[in-house]
Design a protein around this ligand. Sequence first.
Ligand code: G3H
Length: 496
Amino acid sequence: MAGTGIFTDILDGEVYKYYSDGEWKTSSSGKSVAIINPATRKTQYKVQACTQEEVNKVMEMAKSAQKSWAKTPLWKRAELLHKAAAILKDNKAPIAESLVKEIAKPAKDSATEVVRSGDLISYCAEEGVRILGEGKFLLSDSFPGNERTKYCLTSKIPLGVVLAIPPFNYPVNLAVSKIAPALIAGNSLVLKPPTQGAVSCLHMVHCFHLAGFPKGLISCITGKGSEIGDFLTMHPAVNCISFTGGDTGISISKKAGMIPLQMELGGKDACIVLEDADLDLVASNIIKGGFSYSGQRCTAVKVVLVMESVADELVEKVKAKVAKLTVGPPEENCDITAVVSESSANFIEGLVMDAKEKGATFCQEYKREGNLIWPLLLDNVRPDMRIAWEEPFGPVLPVLRITSVEEGINHCNASNFGLQGCVFTKDINKAMLISDAMETGTVQINSAPARGPDHFPFQGLKDSGIGSQGVTNSINLMTKVKTTVINLPTPSYSMG
Ligand code: G3H
């Protein structure tokens, strides 16, 4: 159970503690932030409302701990990460339980998220050992006008303090996708969890604590974004920000100083369906892509662009599958569970009502109870409807019928987002041309968009983000290149 067994230390009465200087602490604010269970709409947990002074303290310790961590041999850093991964996986049950309660993620998917996170940490440790143990050696005589008098050695060095801000939908996995690369590269790490998901994050951080990382190297600060959000992101000690979430990322990027940023923001991933597509495959992928975790994934299929000639058949197939989706509590592994908050449910409802007023075809009756919204497929959506462009982050999927491939590509490219997209066709040549034409960070051919496997590069164009993720790219982003040049008094040629 959450907060018990090896996790007893992280709880103070009914409020979870924050993590600073290698210890679990209660905030001097005396205040807490309530975490509302999306399904019951009742307070499930409470976390500390940390103060700006506590942020300052954490940053000071992160700066000093990083100096010695950067001198810790790479293999030792990797060893500790492997240890943390094993502890995390061994204790998946209480962490998965808090995911279920905080973000209403179905129980099975919650457990998968924890295991996937352990695997990501281990992969990152191994990849770090490989890529950080290598550098470049350049000779000056390859550039015009130079003799071989200069030997240039390059290596990758840490940035300093990395600030990690994961989103509510993958609080554990998208936290470790920032923590593990930062640590293996020799950085220290300050984590600011999302409010919904904070308790899962605190449990995960305790696994790093138990693995034996040095004091102050990892910290986890909880609290209200309105009180410590800007203070954290604009803190002078921060040398890199890795953020996943919504529009807030755009304002963070405008306020942040001259530091590397890794941002994964929203998406309006299009699914383009050609006439020759295997429609059963498309329908299964629309269900998986559009409705898993109730559509609350940045990589969810968020608009279907189907050729008119096959649209009726595809819509019928998807409708039949939507009818089989189970709706209810995350504890019972229902496919569709409550969306994260009442404001999110209200926003989704706003998009649905707009589509209704403008004449979209409802393939199911719209139904909502509290934060629980039944899966809804909207056919005959037109570009003048909000749902054609905005991301509901809920179980509502629009279908736009197109009469040419160009129309589909144009719709996809007119979006301010550019995360992923997918195209379904049996013609690989057409698929490649469409992939090249789509202005998105990734295009999946004959499958729904997805970030994983977690070592694949993952990046958004336009308002979908900056920087690239995936294990290798994250490690590289969290380092900078350092060169040392050996200058010889006379040219030296091998075999000379
Ligand atoms: O919500 C954003 C995530 O990066 C999506 O990850 O494709 O594994 O669901 P996923």
